[in-house]
Write a protein that binds this ligand. Structure first.
Ligand SMILES: [Zn+2]
Length: 188
């Protein structure tokens, strides 16, 4: 049985959004080359049929801009249409009732799951999927499952500590420059 918005599909969605990263200050795209895309698919344990990489990239780009900029009229949401083309659910009799099986054309099986997970999150937990706030150095996304809904970084290790260190440095620097200004203007 396929459960829409299952944890596995949320991870897949997040992994897809995070295929673009800053490495050494430069933007990179793991789906840019066929070899990189194939390696990424293996990491997702995607042993299904070969995926349409062009569609993976364009769907990812659309999802990234929807998550960053919100959606509605003129948001470019129509860019998701190819990912869900031909997608349906098939009812099947099970021991305890009806199971719904996701049916997709082979080449867009992965993007369809990612888009369905995004849609499910939008409806059940709006705002929980968002961009890392270390926007100067990081282009990653996070899904906040915390009770307080206060997560700001893709990870504390990667961005949280760096941002804290930078704020500490800036506080020290401005305290130092205040001292210098005070020293300079204090009558002797
Ligand atoms: Zn980050």
């Amino acid at each position: 049985m396929v459960t829409v918005g299952a944890a596995a599909d949320e991870e897949l969605l997040l992994a897809l959004l995070n295929t673009t990263r800053m490495v050494g200050g430069a933007p990179t795209d793991r789906l840019a080359e066929p070899d990189g895309a194939a390696a990424w698919l293996r990491e997702q344990q995607w042993d299904g049929l070969p995926q349409d990489i062009e569609l993976l990239r364009s769907t990812r780009d659309t999802l990234q801009s929807l998550v960053r900029g919100g959606f509605g009229a003129g948001s470019g949401m129509s860019g998701l249409a190819p990912a869900v083309k031909g997608v349906s659910y098939r009812a099947r009799l099970a021991d305890d009732g009806i199971d719904w099986e996701l049916v997709t054309p082979p080449a867009n099986a992965l993007v369809a799951r990612a888009v369905l997970a995004w849609s499910e999150l939008q409806q059940s937990a709006p705002g929980r999927l968002r961009a890392c706030q270390n926007t100067a150095e990081c282009t990653r996304f996070l899904i906040d499952h915390s009770k307080s809904n206060s997560a700001r970084w893709c990870s504390m290790a990667a961005c949280g500590n760096r941002m804290k260190a930078r704020r500490h440095y800036q506080r020290q620097k401005s305290a130092l420059s205040n001292d210098l200004t005070t020293a300079g203007t204090t009558p002797q």
